[in-house]
Design a protein around this ligand. Structure first.
Ligand SMILES: Cc1ncc(COP(=O)(O)O)c(C=O)c1O
Length: 380
């Protein structure tokens, strides 16, 4: 039976299943509580003030962001404790100070003496001690200092003695996205924890403060079993989940709360294809499952109600055309889906797919309730 609430939506557009999203949010919130750490949700996935209300603690809203634009929007909407989780660019310090002047405690991230000196100098000149965390590298994924690197102590000293605020250490186990299954992810969670705990110990041994010890990625946050020495964890994509996360068994396909509503606009019977109006502009170019055990193309196909159609995927994508086909090697047959049929596509990477859209159309958890719209934003 078709859902009349979806029939008037323009396609392609972005759908959120509120019940699944709440289940995902509760799952990690409960796990963080069991582990005795606070959760600092990463708002880069949703980039929406309405969605942020679901994940933040109303009494003590603390968030992570990936751009200063996010920090500025969320600060204007009452979120006053924000970690900007990307190494600070020296050209961005004036905006950091403006956020402080507007009452937002924005913590920056850095991993070099040059950044620390610039943050300390900006702090002295403005008379505002900018909080800064030192990024720690646990797996060679991207940036950060290893806990043994002697630069760690000199960076800490430059911040602490130079007029900034040494707020702590932060690690993101980016290699955990390539670990399949809970056991493998738990090892990354342990390496991530050990790296920050060792770094915090090294700073404290050098007589420096290290109040916050922060870890997090969606796979390690879920897999962690013991976070002794850690004060908070961060995660973002756990809110929606996606095919990359189900491909490494952090969630099931049924947990994915985000989808793109699309319409069948053509058939290529000789090729066995359906053409839909969700191309890569609607799905994003992300092919994060390409190197996983099961390649999901540009996304898996569900009917309008979100029920998976076995072995149907968006096999190719042009800008505004999605080519839907039966997975190669499968003996499934293409169902009859006439022109105008509405389908939902589950995304590879929720952050990337959501970023292609300006709003979410939310299917409320109360059966039959009217759809709700949440605006989202982008930019830097
Ligand atoms: C600094 C930082 N913290 C946390 C995360 C967690 O994000 P996710 O939920 O996507 O794993 C990320 C992801 O890129 C990050 O860069």
């Amino acid at each position: 039976m078709s859902d009349s609430r979806l029939s008037t939506l323009p396609t392609p557009c972005l759908l959120v299943d509120e019940a699944k999203m709440e289940r995902n949010i509760d799952r990690l919130a409960n796990h963080a509580a069991e582990l005795g750490v606070s959760l600092r949700p990463h708002l880069k996935t949703t980039k929406s003030v309405d969605a942020a209300r679901y994940v933040l603690n109303p009494r003590n809203p603390a968030a992570t962001v990936s751009t200063l634009a996010e920090a500025e929007v969320f600060a204007r909407n009452g979120i006053k404790d924000i970690v900007y989780g990307v190494g600070i660019g020296l050209n961005k310090l004036e905006r950091v100070l403006d956020l402080h002047r507007a009452g937002c405690r924005l913590t920056v991230l850095l991993d070099s003496e040059a950044q620390a000196e610039a943050v300390a100098k900006a702090s002295r000149e403005a008379g505002i001690a900018i909080p800064a965390m030192i990024e720690i590298d646990s797996d060679g994924h991207r940036s950060g200092l290893t806990p043994q690197d002697p630069i760690l102590i000199s960076v800490g000293r430059i911040l602490h003695e130079g007029g900034a605020e040494l707020a702590g250490v932060l690690c993101h186990a980016g290699e955990s996205y390539f670990a399949v299954g809970r056991e493998a992810q738990r090892k990354f969670a342990e390496t991530e924890r050990d790296a920050v705990v060792d770094a915090a110990a090294a700073l404290r041994q050098a007589g420096l403060p290290c109040p916050t010890v922060s870890v997090g990625s969606t796979p390690t946050a879920h897999a962690a079993a013991d976070l002794t020495g850690v004060s908070e964890m961060r995660a973002g994509v756990y809110v929606f989940f996606d095919l990359v996360m189900s491909g490494i068994e952090v969630c099931s396909v049924d947990d994915i709360a985000l989808s793109v509503l699309t319409t069948v606009i053509g058939h290529q019977e000789k090729q066995g294809w359906l053409i839909c109006d969700a191309g890569w502009m609607a799905m994003s170019r992300d092919r994060g499952t390409a190197n996983q055990q099961v390649d999901q193309g540009y996304g898996l196909v569900c009917d309008e109600n979100g029920v998976l159609i076995p072995d149907l995927m968006v096999a190719q994508a042009n800008q505004e055309h999605g080519v839907i086909a039966v997975r190669s090697g499968s003996d499934a047959t293409m169902p009859e889906l006439p022109l105008g049929t509405r389908l939902r596509i589950l995304p590879n990477h929720a952050c990337a797919t959501a970023a292609q859209h300006q709003r979410y159309h939310v299917i409320p958890k109360e059966p039959g309730a009217e759809l709700v719209t949440w605006e989202r934003f982008g930019g830097w």
